[in-house]
Design a binder for this molecule. Structure first.
Ligand SMILES: *Cc1c(COP(=O)(O)O)cnc(C)c1O
Length: 390
C-alpha cells in the first residue's frame, strides 16, 4: 500500500459518518429488463421502483424499433450535434416533440440533467434572479447555480412567498422554475397561477415535466397541455427516460428560445449527440405515448387500487394523484428498516433519504406503472398491512 494521503482519510471518515446516519446508498445489480418482476442482486422481487410509468421500457414495439435503427444507423453518432452528430432521426424527433407538446420548436438532449443544466445559464447570468420551489429536482438547483443568477427558493407551493420575492426583486431578468409533478412527493404545481405571476412580474416560467410528460394531459402531452397553458414566456422541459421508456430529454418553447439554446446551451453543444438509434426509438415511443390511453387508464386504476388498499391502514399516503405515491416515515433508519421488511416479503420499494429529500422526511417512494397488475398492487398492500414496525 502507498503511504497515507490525508484527503483520502478524510473521505473515509465522511463515508463512515454517512453509514452511521443510515445514509449510505448502494446500487443493486439488476439481472432482468426494467419491469415489476425484477431479479435484484440475484433476488426475485416485485418492484415499485421505476419511473417507467407506461411500461414502455421493455415494449416489443420499441425493441423492434431499436433493432431496426441499429441496423440503419449503427451505434454511435460520432460527434456533437453542431459538428456532424445530428442525423435525420434526431431532426425528426425534435420536430415530432414540438408538434406533440404544441410548441413552436423543441431541442432534444442526452439527459434531463443536462437539459436542466442548459436552460438557465443560457438565459440568465449575474444581475438576474431565479425563483425556485424548494422541492425542485436537484438538476434544477444545479442549473440555477451554474447560471450565476441569484437563486431565491420559496417554500414548497407557497405562491404568497414567491410573489413577495418577485415584487422585491431588482433583477434585470427573472425566471420562475418548478417541477410540474414533484418527483419525491407526487403532488403537482399550480401552473396557471405560476404563469400569472410570471406575466405580472415579467419572468420566464420553466416547467420540469419529467413526471407529467406521457402521463398527464390529453394523449399524455403533459402538465402544460393538461392546464391548457401557452405563452411565449413558457419553457417546457421533459424527460424521455421515464414515461417514454427510453432515455434523453427535451426543451420546448418558442422558436426564438430554441434558436438561442442551439447557439448557447453548453450541455447541448459540448457533448456527443445521443446515438441515432435512441432518437429513432424515441420517435416510435412518442407514437406509443400518444396512443397510450389504455396504458394511462390502467396506471390510473393502479393508483386508485393502492389508495383504496391502504386507506384504513397506518400507512398514510401523501396527497398525490400521480404515479408517485410516497409514504412519509421521517426517520432515516426506520424508513430503511421498513424497506428491508418489505424486501423480506419479496417487495422492493425504495427508501428515499436526504439529500434527495429534506432532513426528517425520509419516505418510501412507491412508484406505479402500467406494467403493474392489480395482483401486484394487492400484494404490496397486503405486505404493508402485515408489517409491524414500531
Ligand atoms: C429524472 C428527473 C430529471 C433528470 O432527468 P434524466 O433524464 O434522468 O437525467 C430532471 N428533473 C426531474 C424532476 C426528474 O425527476
Amino acid at each position: 500500500m502507498s503511504s497515507a494521503f490525508p484527503a483520502h482519510q478524510a473521505l473515509q471518515q465522511q463515508l463512515a459518518e454517512l453509514d452511521a446516519r443510515a445514509l449510505t446508498r448502494r446500487r443493486r445489480v439488476q439481472s432482468r429488463p426494467c419491469g415489476p418482476a425484477t431479479l435484484s442482486d440475484g433476488k426475485p422481487l416485485l418492484a415499485f421502483t421505476s419511473n417507467d410509468y407506461l411500461g414502455l421500457a421493455n415494449a416489443p414495439e420499441l425493441i423492434a424499433a431499436a433493432q431496426e435503427a441499429v441496423a440503419r444507423w449503427g451505434v454511435g453518432s460520432g460527434a456533437s450535434a453542431l459538428v456532424s452528430g445530428h442525423t435525420e432521426a434526431h431532426e425528426a424527433l425534435d420536430h415530432a416533440l414540438a408538434r406533440f407538446v404544441g410548441c413552436q420548436a423543441a431541442l432534444s438532449f442526452s439527459t434531463g440533467y443536462l437539459a436542466n443544466l442548459a436552460v438557465m445559464p443560457a438565459l440568465l447570468g449575474r444581475g438576474d434572479a431565479i425563483f425556485a420551489d424548494r422541492l425542485n429536482h436537484a438538476s434544477l438547483v444545479d442549473g440555477a447555480l451554474l447560471s450565476r443568477a441569484q437563486l431565491l427558493r420559496y417554500t414548497h407551493l407557497d405562491l404568497v412567498m414567491l410573489e413577495k420575492q418577485l415584487a422585491a426583486s431588482k433583477a434585470k431578468r427573472k425566471l420562475i422554475v418548478t417541477d410540474s409533478v414533484f418527483s419525491m412527493d407526487g403532488d403537482t404545481a399550480p401552473l396557471p397561477a405560476l404563469l400569472a405571476l410570471a406575466e405580472r412580474y415579467d419572468a420566464w416560467l420553466l416547467v420540469d415535466d419529467a413526471h407529467g410528460f406521457g402521463v398527464l394531459g390529453p394523449q399524455g402531452r403533459g402538465a402544460l397541455a393538461e392546464a391548457q397553458l401557452s405563452s411565449p414566456r413558457l419553457i417546457l422541459m421533459a424527460t424521455l427516460g421515464k414515461a417514454a421508456g427510453v432515455a434523453g430529454a427535451f426543451v420546448a418553447g418558442s422558436q426564438t428560445l430554441i434558436d438561442w439554446l442551439l447557439q448557447t446551451a453548453r450541455p447541448y453543444i459540448f457533448t456527443t449527440a445521443p446515438p441515432p438509434m435512441l432518437a429513432a426509438t424515441l420517435l416510435r415511443a412518442l407514437g406509443l405515448v400518444e396512443h397510450g390511453d389504455a396504458r394511462r387508464e390502467h396506471l390510473q386504476a393502479m393508483i386508485t387500487a393502492l389508495q383504496a388498499g391502504l386507506a384504513d391502514t397506518r400507512w398514510q399516503l401523501q396527497s398525490s394523484r400521480t404515479a408517485i405515491q410516497p409514504i412519509l416515515i421521517g426517520d432515516n433508519a426506520l424508513t430503511l428498516r421498513v424497506a428491508q421488511q418489505l424486501e423480506a416479503l419479496g417487495i422492493q420499494v425504495p427508501a428515499i433519504r436526504p439529500p434527495t429529500v429534506p432532513q426528517g422526511t425520509s419516505r418510501l417512494r412507491i412508484s406505479l406503472s402500467a406494467a403493474h397488475s392489480l395482483a401486484d398492487v394487492e400484494r404490496l398492500c397486503a405486505a404493508l398491512r402485515s408489517l409491524d414496525c414500531a
